[in-house]
Design a protein around this ligand. Structure first.
Ligand SMILES: Nc1nc2c(ncn2[C@@H]2O[C@H](COP(=O)(O)OP(=O)(O)O)[C@@H](O)[C@H]2O)c(=O)[nH]1
Ligand SMILES: [Mg+2]
Ligand SMILES: [Zn+2]
Length: 346
């Protein structure tokens, strides 16, 4: 099946190869474009359609960007295709639960402004998440028009990872957003990450996604209430798909050890040279990290952020493991209560 309409919205050989050769009956393949409490909106070969949420979730938990295979007859999902990438974050508040933001994103635009909000450590935080996700990060420095020397900031950001692409622009200028077109071509899915106020909506507009602040789909929940979601897929004039997700003021890292290891491979390589494998890097003899900071090879800020993000990640991963353990025990407890009841009833 080589379907140009599906390819335009992100269909790839990776998904194609997951389809069984004989699917026993007609199927419809579609991508989740918005997820409400009662209905799910999808994009398929024949355009947009909706199904009740139970139909879409019949094949498991779903997220915006997921590919589903529906039985054409009753419009129930029979398969959710394995995800190529998965963007998640730590849920807001005390909860340590990871929260899925979107699935199957190819590139992540990490948006940060060139004015006083410019912050390398914050960019590193988003980069770790991107590497964990599996999507290609592109750092977009907005508000270049408000900055004396945007090229200098760009150079600093480029040093955060080997081969990292950094662009500077005025997000209000449509022609300047053209530098991002190569990531927004037909079949490519992009999402924007960044704190509020940095210019994500402005940039989405410049890319042609329409006005996202008012473009949310409204849905009647059946009880006379309307819910508006802003987390959805938007087709871009350049052929790509943009995932709109609400900005977060301060992103907390979820369990993302692999992402941090990828981002900070330089720091890990230096730490490997410390004389003692359990070196605290705080004045121990033969510490390669201290030597690298003193010689200027390693930025002190970068090392401090490496430690901070690792500690945060480890804390959230540990809390998550404890929670899973607690859920498992609670599950066992309920099971034994039910079993005892049954025994008593016999
Ligand atoms: N001068 C200038 N202002 C910008 C730029 N990008 C965004 N803005 C302004 O910054 C404010 C916040 O932008 P917005 O897109 O709403 O940020 P968001 O919260 O990340 O979606 C708005 O007033 C925009 O007009 C830019 O590149 N240059
Ligand atoms: Mg916005
Ligand atoms: Zn050391």
């Amino acid at each position: 099946m080589d379907n140009p309409k599906l390819r335009a919205i992100g269909w790839k050989p990776f998904f194609q190869q997951q389809l069984p050769a004989d699917r026993g009956g007609a199927v419809v393949i579609a991508r989740v474009s918005a997820h409400f409490s009662s209905r799910v909106h999808l994009l398929g070969e024949a355009g947009e359609f909706q199904v009740p949420v139970q139909n879409a979730e019949a094949a498991g938990e779903i997220a915006v960007g997921d590919w589903l295979v529906f039985n054409a007859e009753d419009q129930r999902a029979i398969q959710r295709l394995e995800r190529q990438t998965l963007l998640y974050r730590k849920a807001a508040g005390e909860e340590v639960k990871p929260q899925i933001v979107a699935a199957n994103i190819d590139s992540l635009f990490i948006v940060c402004s060139c004015n006083e909000d410019f912050n390398l450590s914050r960019i590193e935080r988003y980069l770790a998440l991107s590497f964990q996700t599996g999507a290609t990060p592109v750092v977009v420095l907005t508000k270049a028009d408000l900055c004396e020397d945007p090229a200098a900031l760009r150079q600093q950001a480029e040093k955060l990872h080997d081969g990292l692409v950094v662009e500077t622009l005025d997000a209000r200028e449509i022609t300047q957003a053209d530098v991002l077109k190569s990531w927004c071509g037909p079949g490519q899915t992009v999402a924007l990450l960044g704190s509020s106020g940095v210019g994500k909506s402005t940039l989405a507009n410049a890319l042609g996604a329409g006005d996202l602040s008012t473009g949310g789909i409204r849905e009647d929940d059946g009880k006379g209430r309307h819910t508006t979601t802003s987390r959805s897929l938007h087709l871009l004039p350049s052929g790509g798909v943009l995932v709109d997700n609400p900005g977060v003021r301060e992103l907390q890292l979820p369990d993302c050890e692999d992402g941090l290891n990828t981002l900070f491979e330089d720091v890990l390589r230096i730490a490997d040279e410390c004389r003692f494998s359990n070196c605290s890097h705080e004045g121990d003899a033969g510490c390669a990290i201290r030597a690298a900071i003193e010689s200027g090879e390693l930025d002190e800020r970068r090392f401090a952020n490496f430690q901070k993000l690792n500690a945060e990640q480890a804390h959230n991963a540990r809390s998550l493991a404890e929670r899973r353990d607690r859920d498992r025990k609670t599950g066992k407890m309920y099971k034994s209560i039910i079993a005892n009841k049954r025994r008593r009833q016999k």
